[in-house]
Design a protein around this ligand. Structure first.
Ligand SMILES: Cc1cc2nc3c(=O)[nH]c(=O)nc-3n(C[C@H](O)[C@H](O)[C@H](O)COP(=O)(O)O)c2cc1C
Length: 585
């Protein structure tokens, strides 16, 4: 049967719907994507979801130097540097702290708001987190589905899973493995941003995937997205399809499931042997779900009803993943080093006198509100930052460096960089091709007059190219919705997706994954900036087509999906910072 026959004749083509959504939610110099145009404060959604009536299990609030202790930040990127922690209530607490927890409260006058370890467009935090995990002492005596209650740093028991259902669900995964699920309350973003908000929710999912992958790495755990799972299955597993529990509450959209493997799946295998981890959930395992005992009803987040945007309803439907692909992830012993000589370049040393721990960097991550227009980065540090967003696509998935081993697809995002202040590099427009085999197709797709020169001292395995020399500060700010943070930084960038070819190759559901990949790049860069003693900010507000025209991209072949900026930040003296959960770090 062809696609139209399965959809029903006359039904809109999901691929075209997704492309139309993308086109219609572009910001232009002359007009912004549609939104309410004012802030409906009376209807502001609560950033904290709770399942009222479900048992709440407080997680221990751990001091930074308490076990499980954080490795050094740079060790996240070195092989075998981190010994795997056992799954206990403390390690789960750390995992969630580093992934999704409140990292600080900010206060200005009478107003207080929470910041989290994961960033979010407008600080609206649409992403919700779930764990499907076996019984853990201090958490729950038997397997369960838990929702992470961020404000309390606690787990809400959403469902008790019969032992045989859980065992069936997890039988193909390594011992101790558990599942992490992410969902989005899209309304939290549409409340402020209207039609463009669906994009922002996807960026935020990407950031959450990144923060969770890195959190897992601090504990020596592996993590990979179960990307073969259909969205209906995620909704069923996480209880999002239980209409009776969302009667008066805003719905959550299923995003993704990932398996976290505390025990290295290749442990005990001899060289050359391979272990297979499924990237999907078998149908018979899902059937066991009907026997769960469910708890709690979702809280209502806004006083009034959500404002509905037709194009968002359409893109939600069109990018829904209804297929299940029985894909597996092959894992064999012997990870190759994540870092090449870039890591040992003396110019890349940290400006911190003591190298920071991963925990320090994760907890202190913040978005810069303004940059000083002065601070420059050393070229060695800059090269290392870029090296850390290289997924090494040529390696098998299990041998890709952290955190790129979490995304089981060929990298589809490249960076166009506006370099303003990197010592040793001429200012101008540059390109980082994250998958070197794409250099040729990119050279053929952009302005022929670009020079494609390798910058002096650039490591041989870093596909960074100077395209055009020049002062790009004003241009960078202009295309980023006139935000000074893009021009006053050391550098800013646009994340360029192989857009139409990816959607045609995988299907319209891949639209969301393109944004997830950009969010993951953003998460790595946020932490890299902190480790370098500077600061970053994600930029969701940019003028789409002016960026494409600048590059010479035609039609929808390549699209810029997310901007980003890094530099020396300026603190706002009117803001005070308070510790999270009453802890005094
Ligand atoms: C997807 C995304 C888009 C963002 N877009 C902008 C932007 O256009 N301008 C800006 O100043 N900050 C932007 N931010 C930064 C957020 O405002 C910031 O993450 C949020 O206020 C939470 O603060 P924190 O990052 O310090 O935790 C963006 C962040 C994300 C994750």
């Amino acid at each position: 049967m062809n696609d139209e026959a399965t959809r029903g004749a006359g039904a809109p083509d999901p691929l075209l719907t997704v492309m139309r959504y993308h086109q219609e939610t572009k910001h232009h110099f002359s007009r912004y994507a549609r939104s309410l145009g004012y802030m409906d404060w009376a209807n502001q959604p609560n950033p904290f979801r709770r399942y009222q009536g479900s048992p709440l299990i407080a997680l221990p609030l751990l001091k930074p130097d308490e076990a499980p202790r954080s490795p050094l930040y740079d060790d996240l990127y070195l092989d075998d540097a981190i010994v795997s922690a056992p799954v206990t209530v403390r390690s789960i607490s750390r995992f969630l702290e580093y992934s999704l927890a409140i990292s600080a409260w900010k206060q200005a006058g009478e107003t207080r708001w929470a910041l989290r370890t994961n960033p979010s467009s407008g600080n609206l935090h649409p992403t919700e987190g779930y764990l499907l995990i076996d019984g853990v002492a201090g958490l729950s005596p038997s397997p369960g589905l838990h929702h992470y209650a961020v404000n309390e740093h606690a787990l809400e028991l959403r469902a008790e899973l019969p032992r045989d259902s859980f065992d069936l669900l997890m039988q193909e995964f390594p011992p101790d493995a558990f599942l992490v699920g992410f969902t989005s309350v899209n309304w939290r973003e549409t409340w402020k941003y209207g039609e463009r908000a669906f994009r922002y929710c996807q960026h935020d999912v990407g950031h959450a995937i990144g923060s969770a992958r890195i959190a897992a790495r601090t504990l020596g755990w592996r993590m990979v997205l179960l990307d073969g799972v259909a969205d209906d299955s995620i909704a069923a597993l996480l209880g999002l399809d239980r209409l009776e529990d969302f009667e008066t509450a805003e719905r959550e959209h299923p995003d993704c499931l990932a398996v976290v493997c505390p025990t290295d799946p290749t442990r005990g295998l001899a060289a050359g042997q391979t272990m297979f981890v499924p990237l999907y959930i078998a149908a018979e395992a899902l059937r066991g779900l009907t026997r769960h005992r469910w708890h709690g009803k979702a809280n209502r987040l806004s006083r009034g009803d959500p404002v509905s945007w037709e194009v968002i309803d359409q893109v939600e439907r069109a990018s829904w993943k209804s297929s299940t692909e029985p894909r597996v992830f092959e894992s064999s012993p012997g990870r190759s080093s994540a870092e090449s000589r870039i890591n040992h370049d003396p110019r890349a040393t940290s400006i911190h006198s003591d190298p920071p721990t991963a925990g320090q960097v994760i907890r202190q991550r913040r978005s810069a509100l303004a940059f000083d227009g002065k601070t420059s980065l050393s070229v060695g540090r800059f090269f290392r930052m870029l090296a850390r967003v290289m997924p090494h696509a040529e390696r098998e998935l299990c041998n890709r460096p952290t955190p790129w081993d979490v995304l089981p697809w060929a990298p589809s995002i490249h960076l166009v960089l506006f370099i303003h202040r990197v010592d040793g590099l001429v200012p101008g427009l540059y390109m980082l091709v994250r998958d070197p085999i794409k250099v040729q197709s990119l050279t053929q797709s952009i302005r022929p007059q670009f020079v494609w020169a390798s910058p002096p001292g650039c490591p041989v395995d870093l596909p960074l190219f100077l395209l055009q020399e020049g002062d790009a500060r004003q241009l960078a700010a202009e295309v980023s919705c006139h935000q000074d943070i893009a021009g006053d930084s050391a550098f800013s960038l646009g994340m360029i997706a192989e857009f139409e070819s990816s959607l045609r190759r995988y299907g319209p559901w891949f639209y969301r994954r393109l944004f997830w990949e950009t969010g993951l790049i953003g998460q790595v860069l946020y932490l890299e900036a902190e480790a370098a003693g500077v600061r970053a900010t994600g930029i969701g507000c940019f003028f789409d087509d002016p960026v494409h025209q600048l590059m010479g991209f035609s039609k929808m072949s390549f699209q810029s999906l997310y901007h980003f900026t890094i530099g020396g930040h300026v603190e706002d003296p009117r803001l005070t910072t308070l510790p999270p959960y009453g802890l005094d770090h």
